[in-house]
Write a protein that binds this ligand. Structure first.
Ligand SMILES: Nc1nc2c(ncn2[C@@H]2O[C@H](COP(=O)(O)OP(=O)(O)OP(=O)(O)O)[C@@H](O)[C@H]2O)c(=O)[nH]1
Length: 492
């Protein structure tokens, strides 16, 4: 995805500079040149890029720095702040109130991902406890109601629409009335699009807004249009009261950076971004977290939220077993299931400090595929093999399992090696958690344990033992001490 590659290039430039023997004006200039190239390739407006370069240079006056100042940190902070100000619209999105019927109307041109985003938005909020529902008021595109119906059914979100009524305003008003009476607190109205901005689209939007009196109007835009996003957002804002913007298809377009910065320049708050066709490829947009991820600094608060949403920190049974140091293949299978609940693995990994660059380097290697393969192999094992941690797998048994699931015996071997590695870590962490340690001690010891088992290159990506310890501590703190448990490491 373009943002991963942009992030990888920016972190690469930062790393190259900090690895050079002296960090002088020349090294800083070289780094800023590389960052500028990366931003321009992502279609960011040239004026903004020039400004970013100028501001970072002005802020980091290397010659006048006092001895002992950490230049690397200072420069990273300056780049972080400048990227944030480039992407920060400086306005806050509309706040909705729980327990009251909030009506949200989606507008945008045809094919930009409006219907898909409506369903993603409903699904996202439903998982957060909102009573969400959908109204299909798109009578312009044939098949729009069927599309919404199909996706809403899959997401288990109630919906309203009509095959016979031709007036979209009437459908919207009837649907909203019905859901208001039924006590829904998030009523999402999908409206018709057009191929281009035209009077009939704007007239319909205005009538619809009058009929349903929305709390928020969300403008959905395809990132492929890059810098043209600026004018399009302004055009919609001038016709209806657009309160927030969703930018879609950031997974596929080299112009993603351009669209994000151009919309921000119109002072419209971007609230979500679409990063794929799948229903959970949809992320809340927060400038600081987003830039943190771009720079490989991770997004610990985003990760904590994801873990909380997936309910992993409530997995008391698993935490209890792990604190007892027990770990079977069945536990490993369940751990893989839990990981799957967090969403696409590359998204989760991107939230870990230092991982965005590595994700980019690991082109085409999809961790979730490997995990699924491991699960298929485990599906071919007997109950005893899955639940007895002392099971001995003979060569002929490994070959039999491989035949049973259509995989190579080498892969069965790999799975068993992985399991052995995991159980050693669990055994150690189990012993630690019995010692009644506080968060500090537990974070320190857990990161030391990781250090023994982790590939040193990966450990370095986490910022070494110190970085890992800090992350563990932050995770644990943000989840009321349950953080390590959620990740499979019992704490108290
Ligand atoms: N890759 C990718 N595809 C997306 C994303 N969002 C939507 N799409 C795809 O874009 C296409 C158009 O999306 P729709 O939701 O039908 O577009 P729409 O804006 O509702 O179109 P109208 O109903 O005609 O106005 C579909 O094939 C979606 O699967 C995204 O974030 N990433």
């Amino acid at each position: 995805m373009v943002l991963e590659s942009l992030g990888g290039r920016i972190t690469g430039a930062l790393r190259k500079m900090t690895n050079s023997t002296v960090i002088d004006e020349e090294a800083l200039k070289e780094m800023l040149k590389e960052i500028a190239h990366a931003l321009l390739e992502a279609d960011v407006n040239i004026k903004s890029v020039v400004e970013l370069r100028k501001n970072v240079t002005n802020r980091v006056n290397l010659e006048e720095l006092a001895a002992g100042v950490n230049k690397r940190k200072l420069i990273q902070k300056a780049v972080f702040d400048e990227l944030c100000s480039m992407l920060d619209p400086g306005t806050k999105p509309v706040q909705m109130k729980r327990g009251k019927p909030n009506v949200v109307m989606f507008v945008g041109l045809q094919g930009n991902g409006k219907t898909t985003s409506c369903v993603k938005y409903a699904y996202y909020h439903q998982r957060k406890g909102w009573k969400a529902c959908l109204v299909c008021a798109d009578t312009f595109r044939a098949g729009a109601f069927d599309q919404l119906k199909q996706s809403a059914t899959k997401a288990k979100v109630p919906f309203y629409g009509s095959y016979t009524e031709t007036d979209p305003v009437k459908i919207a008003a009837d649907g909203v009335d019905r859901f208001r009476n039924e006590g829904y607190d998030l009523i999402i109205v999908d409206t018709s699009g057009r191929h281009k901005q035209e009077d009939s689209l704007f007239a319909e939007m205005e009538q619809m807004a009058q009929a349903v009196d929305p709390n928020d109007i969300i403008f959905v835009m395809d990132s492929a249009i890059g810098q043209a996003a600026h004018d399009q957002a302004q055009a919609f804002k001038s016709k209806v009261k657009v309160g927030s913007v969703i930018i879609t298809k950031l997974d596929g377009h080299a112009k993603g950076g351009g669209a994000l910065s151009a919309v921000s320049a119109t002072e419209s708050p971007i609230t979500f971004i679409g990063t794929g066709e799948h229903i959970d490829e949809f992320e809340p947009f927060n400038t600081q977290n987003f830039v943190g991820r771009l720079l490989g600094m991770g997004d610990v608060s985003g990760l904590v939220n994801t873990i909380k949403e997936a309910g992993l920190h409530e997995n008391v049974e698993m935490v209890k077993r792990i604190t007892e140091g027990i770990f079977t293949l069945r536990d490993m299978y369940d751990q893989f299931d839990s990981l799957a609940k967090l969403g696409p693995l590359n998204k989760v990994m991107g939230m870990l400090p230092g991982m965005s660059e590595m994700m980019q380097n690991a082109k085409g290697v999809d961790g979730s595929v490997r995990i699924k393969r491991f699960q298929h192999i485990m599906d071919s094992m007997t109950v005893d093999e899955m639940e007895n941690p002392k099971m001995n797998f003979t060569q002929s048994r490994k070959e039999r399992i491989a035949r049973g699931c259509g995989r190579h015996p080498q892969e069965v071997e790999e799975l068993l090696m992985e399991y052995k590695r995991f159980s050693k870590v669990v055994g150690k962490v189990g012993k630690m958690s019995k010692k009644n340690m506080n968060i500090d001690q537990l974070s320190r010891n857990t990161s030391q344990t990781f250090q023994q088992f982790m590939d040193p290159r990966m450990m370095a990506q986490f910022g070494g033992a110190g970085g890992m310890q800090k992350m563990m501590k932050e995770l644990s703190k943000s989840m009321d001490g349950k953080g390590l448990g959620a990740l499979g490491f019992g704490g108290r």
